[in-house]
Write a protein that binds this ligand. Structure first.
Ligand code: NFE
Ligand code: MG
Length: 573
């Protein structure tokens, strides 16, 4: 048996350590550890709930905006506020832009190089690459000259010995199976995607003032005034600007991202068979398409799938969510093993070894992560684009069904069960991006129609003044489907109108969390079991499965020192 340690895992956000035991060329067990302590939950205690989103949004700069969304929603839920339709539409447009940008960045910049050998692209014939590119899409850059120029740029980097962002890959590894021409195609689009993502996310600068960390949220709506007759707010000209960027999104997603994912997947058919894990999937539902307090109308549907049974999509009851800490660096008062977030506690207690460490030799009671272990009805759950697409598919969502069935035909898959896999996550993320394009057009059109009709309402201020709030404990649950999956913020507002408790249970905590009090593995850990490893000193295959979840450990570990001690002091002289 060989013990393989990847620490730190790169091309992710935050600090993740993966340890796997490999026997007979396959992973037999794995441990996922969040290795850095940071946080937010406790500094929210005692604050005005109306400002919680400003702090909560700083949990992450990658899935920026999503924690602001979940936070205002939690407080609105506690206070019984319904935001005006225009605020809901602007929130959806912000979220949709976030998803599309984030998914494309994930594929090209965080994940593609697990499948694409950059150095091998130097051996490609650019004329053949152009032929392949033209046969799979009508992207207007796909000429021989374009691919020749890209190859020359990569050659220059390789000759200088400085591959920069592309250095330190496992180039030449036997698990790379693309022809050099397809390697070159993907490298070219890696570079194009860098420019594209910067341009399209300007939707956030219009609707949120900036990116990351948008500035226009408000409990009760948005501080983003809409008025067709004002030069200074969201007017026709700004809507046209947004429409142009949605069109850029559509061009790149349908002409570059979608064909590239299908082309790359075509060379790795074995990977529809690895990386499944527990086959339990959870989505809270997101992107409201009706009344905010009607928790049934979502463009990302709500549901639970257990053990891969797509014929039974259960409803979600948020009271069944708990966080266990048996293998985490925390304690709960009174010996509790798992708590619902309204009763959640954040008491850090570090008991682990000090990295770097090659082998933890973990025993059944050891702690090894700064992540807690979220559970639904006691079960580990995978969250994210795959969960959302499977739940929508299982529920018979016509658009999703068409997209998924189309992709299954394209890759010659017998049925949707191939999606329970590493490649399933990659494909689902891409399909979700395509699904969002029409929704983005729809939300923009709805906003335009409202403005046409003179409905300029953007904020409900009727409960803004805390003296209108009942002087008692108020509980709220704010949920959102972030790019990486189900995100929930739970708030308890005390009789003094201050935050009494605040807990965030985050997508990467669901996916990357450690074993629980019953010894059940987390989704990363389960998904690695059975993964082939050709060379334990170059564990490329482990990275494929871990990256397919798009880890964000900054989100997943989001607590602070329980005693409120100062962590860092920066002195400016
Ligand atoms: Ni920091 Fe995040 C997303 C949230 S965590 S990236 O998407 O919430 O998994
Ligand atoms: Mg938390």
């Amino acid at each position: 048996m060989t013990n393989v340690v990847i620490d730190p895992v790169t091309r992710i956000e935050g600090h993740l350590r993966i340890e796997a035991q490999v026997d007979g060329g396959k992973v037999t067990s794995a441990y996922s550890s969040g290795t850095m302590f940071r946080g937010m939950e406790l500094i929210l205690q005692g604050r005005d709930p109306r400002e919680a989103w400003i702090w909560a949004q700083r949990i992450c700069g990658v899935c920026t905006t999503v924690h602001a969304h979940a936070s205002v929603y939690a407080v609105e839920n506690a206070l019984g506020i319904e935001v005006p339709p225009n605020a809901r539409l602007i929130r959806n447009l912000i979220a949709g832009a976030q998803h599309i940008q984030d998914h494309v960045i994930h594929f090209y910049h965080l994940h593609a190089l697990d499948w694409v050998d950059v150095v091998a692209s130097l051996k490609a014939d650019p004329a053949k690459t152009a032929q392949i590119a033209q046969s799979i899409s009508s992207y207007d850059r796909s000429s021989e000259t374009y691919f020749k120029n890209v190859q020359a740029r990569v050659q220059k980097l390789a000759d200088s010995g400085q591959l920069s962002l592309m250095a330190s890959g496992y180039w030449g590894h036997p698990a790379y199976l693309l022809p050099p021409e397809v390697d070159l195609l993907a490298v070219a689009h890696y570079l194009d995607a860098l420019d594209w993502q910067r341009e399209v996310i300007r939707i956030h600068s219009v609707l949120g003032g900036k990116n990351p960390h948008l500035q226009t949220y408000l409990v009760g709506g948005m501080a983003a005034a809409v008025d067709p007759n004002s030069p200074n707010v969201i007017n026709w000209e700004r809507l046209t600007f947004i429409a142009e960027r949605i069109k850029m999104m559509r061009d790149f997603v349908t002409n570059v991202y979608q064909p590239d994912v299908l082309a790359v997947a075509g060379f790795y058919p074995d990977w529809w068979g690895y990386g499944a894990g527990h086959k339990n999937y959870l989505s809270y539902g997101g992107l409201q398409n009706g009344n905010q307090n009607d928790q049934s109308q979502f463009d990302f549907q709500r549901g639970v799938i257990v053990n891969g049974d797509l014929s039974k999509v259960g409803d979600v009851d948020q009271t069944k969510i708990t966080e266990a800490i048996a293998h985490s660096y925390y304690t709960y008062d009174n010996g509790a093993t798992a708590l619902h977030p309204w009763k959640g506690e954040t008491n850090p207690k570090y008991t682990g070894p000090t990295p770097p460490y090659e082998n933890l030799n973990l025993g059944p009671s050891d702690q090894y992560s700064w992540l807690k272990s979220p559970r639904y009805d006691g079960m580990p759950m995978e969250v994210g684009p795959l969960a959302r697409m499977l739940i929508a598919y299982g529920k018979g969502n016509a658009s999703v069904k068409k997209l998924v069935d189309g992709a299954l035909t394209a890759v010659k898959a017998p049925d949707a069960s191939v999606l329970f896999s590493t490649l399933g996550r990659v494909a689902a993320r891409m399909l979700e991006t395509v699904y969002l394009l029409d929704l983005m057009d729809g939300w923009l059109a709805e906003l335009q129609t409202n403005m046409d009709n003179g409905d300029l309402r953007i904020h409900d201020g009727s409960k803004w003044d805390p003296s209108t709030w009942p002087a008692q404990d108020l509980e709220g649950w704010g949920f959102h489907e972030a790019p990486r999956g189900a995100l929930g913020h739970w708030v308890v507002i005390g009789a003094d109108h201050k935050i009494k408790n605040y807990q965030a249970v985050v997508p990467s905590t669901w996916n990357a969390g450690p074993r629980d009090d019953k010894g059940q593995t987390g989704p990363y850990e389960a998904s690695l079991e059975g993964t082939p490893v050709a060379d334990p000193s170059q564990p490329l295959e482990l990275l494929r499965t871990i990256h397919s979840f798009d880890p964000c450990l900054a989100c997943a570990v989001h607590v602070v020192d329980a005693k409120g001690r100062e962590a860092v002091r920066v002195e400016v002289r």
